[in-house]
Design a protein around this ligand. Structure first.
Ligand code: FES
Length: 158
């Protein structure tokens, strides 16, 4: 399973963050944000830690963690493939690109492959509409992508 993020060291960092915000009003959002940064996700286990540490019911934390899209419940893969579904990219067929990657990696959008290598996400406009349809792999931007390109493009990261 990809990079190990649930390390003792990361839990220690989380605990420090919890101690920093404990008892302060509005503590939940900043703690969740920090947890997302530390672990790359806010899994149920992490939510339990926060619930215990801040003395906030787990159900409330779960509600917040699932409501806001900046939080993910699963760790992200080593490579995050983002396909822009903004208008310019969408009209140029970016949904086909999503489908193609989905098929190739055997995951739906928003999910991570079992080996922890790839996460597929649909993104909003990233401001590169002239290159539509646009795909990103971590910080790398690829423009004018066709469904036929997907095999070789993903192959580079396998
Ligand atoms: S709509 Fe895709 S980059 Fe703008």
């Amino acid at each position: 399973m990809g990079r190990e993020v649930f390390t003792e060291e990361n839990y220690k960092k989380l605990d420090e963050v919890i101690q920093m915000y404990k008892g302060k009003p509005g503590a939940l959002m900043p703690v969740l944000n920090e947890a997302q940064k530390i672990f790359g996700c806010v899994s149920l286990d992490i939510q339990k830690e926060i619930s215990y540490g801040l003395n906030i019911p787990l159900a409330e934390i779960y509600g917040v963690a699932t409501f806001y899209s900046q939080f993910s419940l699963q760790p992200k893969g080593e490579y995050v493939i983002g396909v822009c579904l903004g208008t310019a990219c969408y009209v140029k067929g970016s949904q086909d690109i999503v489908n193609e990657i989905s098929k190739k990696l055997n995951i739906e959008a928003g999910k991570t492959t079992e080996d922890g290598k790839f996460t597929l996400v649909a993104t909003r406009c990233i401001g590169a509409c002239g290159l539509a349809p646009v795909l990103t792999v971590n910080e790398e931007v690829y423009g004018k992508i066709k469904a036929d390109d997907i095999d070789s493009l993903i192959g580079k990261y396998m």
